[in-house]
Every structure is written in C-alpha cells, then in structure tokens.
Design a binder for this molecule. Sequence first.
Ligand code: AMP
Length: 228
Amino acid sequence: MGAKGWFILKFLMFQGLFISPPQPQADFDFFYLVLQWPGAYCDTKRTCCYPTSGKPAADFGIHGLWPNYKDGSWPSNCDPDSEFDRSQISDLVSRLKRNWPTLACPSNDGFKFWEYEWGKHGTCSESVLSLHAYFDTTLRLKDQANLLQTLTDSGIKPDDGFYDLQKISDAIKDAIGFTPGIQCNKDPERNDQLHQIFLCVDTSGANFIECPILPRGRCPSQVQFAMF
Ligand code: AMP
C-alpha cells in the first residue's frame, strides 16, 4: 500500500475510534432464550416442587438465557471465580419469582436455580452482560416474547388438548418474526407435550433474530398443551 493508502486507512481508523462507541466484543455467536411450560416440567414421572412462594402462574417461565455457538455447541461454566452476589439483583427478585420460577425439589426460594443458570450460562456472556444485566435482560426478553398471549390468541390453550406443532410454530413466527425451536417431553402416559420454546437473540441481548441453528426438539406433528 502506498503512502496515500496508509493515510486513508489511518484516517478511517482514527475516525472509527471517535464516531462509533466501542461495542463489547461477544465471545459467542447468539443466545437462546429458553422458556418453559411449567405444566410439562411437572407432568412427567419425575414430578416437581412449587417454590416456597407458592404455585407459579399458569404462564411460560424462564429456564435460561444461554450463549451459544453457530455450530450448535455452547460454552459452559466459564468463570468459576465469578460470585453470584444476591445483593446485586435485589431489585429484580420479585420479577424473578414471578417469571423465573424454580420447580426443582425440594421446594426453595429460587436463588439456587438462578445461581445455577448464572454459573453455567451467564458467566459465559460476561463479555456483554454483567450479573444484573443478565437477569434484567432475560426478564425483559420474556415480556417481549409474550408467548402465552400469542398462543391463546391463535386458539392454542393449555387445556390438555392436542395441537399441530406447525400451527404453534407459525403463531410464534407471525408474532415475533422468527421461527422458534420447540422441545417436547413425555407425560407419564407417554403423550408428547409442549415443554420448551427456544427463541434466538443477538449477542447484545436486545433483539430476537432468526436462529443460526435450531435445537433438536423431539416433537411429533401433534403435541399436547398440558394444563397447569
Ligand atoms: P441447563 O443445565 O441450564 O440446561 O438446565 C438443566 C437443569 O435445570 C436440569 O437439572 C433441570 O432439571 C433444571 N431445571 C430445568 N427447569 C427448571 C426449573 N423450572 N426449576 C428448577 N430447575 C430446573
């Protein structure tokens, strides 16, 4: 490159420093926002326990916000030294209790599940989201997704009825703009039921995007939407 070329390159780099604020560089490709139907988590051979605050609302709950790679693999437990400091999320606790309910046994107040998700997944997106931002962002995305409303508006209700998988997927795609990943599990009678919905989110945590890769779902063409 000649002197003129160098000058132009240096000028552009210098401008870049001042014009665009530095963006944090993510060391993963996208997030999965994983939302869970509590009726399906509980309606298995393993059963479940309600949180100490009582039975959660009949709504999708958050399972987690998971950094992922485009090839389908994902990082986990990225920073064992990171402390899960409850005081940093004290302003979010009532929303977490409502929207990110623990269903594990024995019953507990939910911190164990949130700490587990932070340690396994949240510490892998520390390059872009602090502890507080991780939980705040996840809560906001769950509201933005508004899944139950979208499904009931399309006549798909948690009434133990069986619904077309394609219709579930289309209803979500029409509302959010992107195809969801759908996972099923089996109830004790071996019926396949709607268990988790995966929505993809860009690395800033701000926008839903088309999934670079969909998770394996194990759903047949008709699935039950369990009562809760
Ligand atoms: P992950 O490792 O993030 O894929 O989460 C899987 C673990 O989370 C498993 O041990 C699940 O049993 C547990 N899990 C999933 N949903 C819930 C829930 N609503 N409450 C408590 N634990 C859960």
